[in-house]
Design a protein around this ligand. Structure first.
Ligand SMILES: Nc1ncnc2c1ncn2[C@@H]1O[C@H](COP(=O)(O)OP(=O)(O)O)[C@@H](O)[C@H]1O
Ligand SMILES: [Mg+2]
Length: 251
C-alpha cells in the first residue's frame, strides 16, 4: 500500500460549549495520497471546517489519530497551508510582501525571498499588481494572493475552506481552472471544502460526503471523469444526481 500523506484514523472532535460537550465530528476515517485532490461536501455544521482545522493543526483531535507522513500532527506548519474564504491577507502589506511573508518569517535569505515572491506573483498572474495593496484588488485577485502565499511557504498540502464561496460565478470558474493548473504543475495535495456539488465534481479526484448531527463522513466517491470536466455532460449529471442523493441521506 502506498504511504498516505494524510491519514485520519478514527478521529473525533468534541467542543465544550456552554458547559456541555458538543460533538463536531465523530469517527472520521480518511486516507489521502500525495497528489490527490479531495473535496469535502456537506451541509452547514457537519464538521467540514473542524476536520480541516485539525489537519491544519489549529485544533487538537479529541479521539483517534491524525497523521501526516505517518507522524502525528501536533500544530500548524508551513507544510500545510490554509486558504480561507475571507482571504486572510495582511492589509498593510503589498501583494509581493504578502507572498514573501512566510519565507521572511522563516528566516530565508533576502535574495531567495525576492525570487520566491517573483515566482509566485507570476504563477498566479499578478505581476502587474505586485506592488498593490489588498484593498486595491478584486476578490478573485485577493484569493490568488492567498493561494500564492501558501505555495511560497512550500506547502505540500493546501487546505481550502470554501475559498471561492464569496466570488461571482465567472471568477469562481476561472479560479477553479487556475487552481487545477497549479495543482497539477506543483504536484500539490488539496483538501477543499465546498457545499457546492458542482464545484466538487469539477475539481476533485474524490468527493467525501459528510452529514451533520453529529458530523461524520458518510461516503467517499471517486470521480473518474477526464479534465477539464463538462458540467453539461451526461456523466457529470449522473454524478451530480448520485452525490445529491448521498447528501439527501440515501447512503
Ligand atoms: N470552537 C467551537 N466551539 C463549539 N462548537 C464548535 C466550535 N467549532 C465548531 N463547533 C460546532 O461543531 C459543529 C461543526 O462545525 P463546523 O466544523 O464549523 O461545520 P461546517 O464547516 O461543516 O459548517 C457545529 O455544530 C459547530 O457549532
Ligand atoms: Mg465551515
Amino acid at each position: 500500500m502506498v504511504e498516505a500523506i494524510l491519514d485520519v484514523r478514527g478521529v473525533s472532535k468534541r467542543f465544550a460549549f456552554n458547559g456541555e460537550s458538543v460533538t463536531a465530528l465523530t469517527d472520521a476515517n480518511l486516507r489521502i495520497e500525495k497528489g490527490e485532490f479531495v473535496c469535502l461536501i456537506g451541509p452547514s455544521g457537519c464538521g467540514k471546517s473542524t476536520l480541516l482545522r485539525m489537519v491544519a493543526g489549529f485544533e487538537s483531535v479529541s479521539d483517534g489519530e491524525l497523521l501526516m507522513w505517518t507522524k502525528p500532527v501536533t500544530g500548524p506548519g508551513p507544510d500545510r497551508g490554509m486558504v480561507f474564504q475571507d482571504y486572510g491577507l495582511f492589509p498593510w502589506l503589498t501583494v509581493r510582501k504578502n507572498i514573501g511573508f512566510g519565507p521572511v518569517a522563516r528566516g530565508r535569505p533576502a535574495k531567495e525571498v525576492r525570487a520566491t515572491e517573483e515566482r509566485f506573483v507570476e504563477m498566479v498572474g499578478l505581476t502587474r499588481f505586485a506592488d498593490a495593496f489588498p484593498h486595491q484588488l478584486s476578490g478573485g485577485m485577493k484569493q490568488r494572493v492567498a493561494i500564492a502565499r501558501v505555495l511560497a511557504n512550500d506547502a505540500e498540502v493546501v487546505l481550502m475552506d470554501e475559498p471561492f464561496g464569496a466570488l461571482d460565478a465567472m471568477t469562481r470558474e476561472r479560479l477553479q481552472a487556475e487552481l487545477l493548473e497549479i495543482w497539477a504543475k506543483q504536484k500539490l495535495t488539496v483538501l477543499f471544502v465546498t457545499h457546492a456539488i458542482e464545484e466538487a465534481i469539477v475539481l476533485a479526484d474524490r468527493v467525501v460526503v459528510m452529514s451533520p448531527g453529529p458530523g461524520r463522513i458518510v461516503a467517499d466517491e471517486r470521480i473518474d471523469l477526464p479534465r477539464p470536466r463538462d458540467p453539461t455532460s451526461p456523466e457529470f449529471n449522473a454524478m451530480r444526481r448520485h452525490l445529491g442523493g448521498l447528501l439527501a441521506g440515501h447512503h
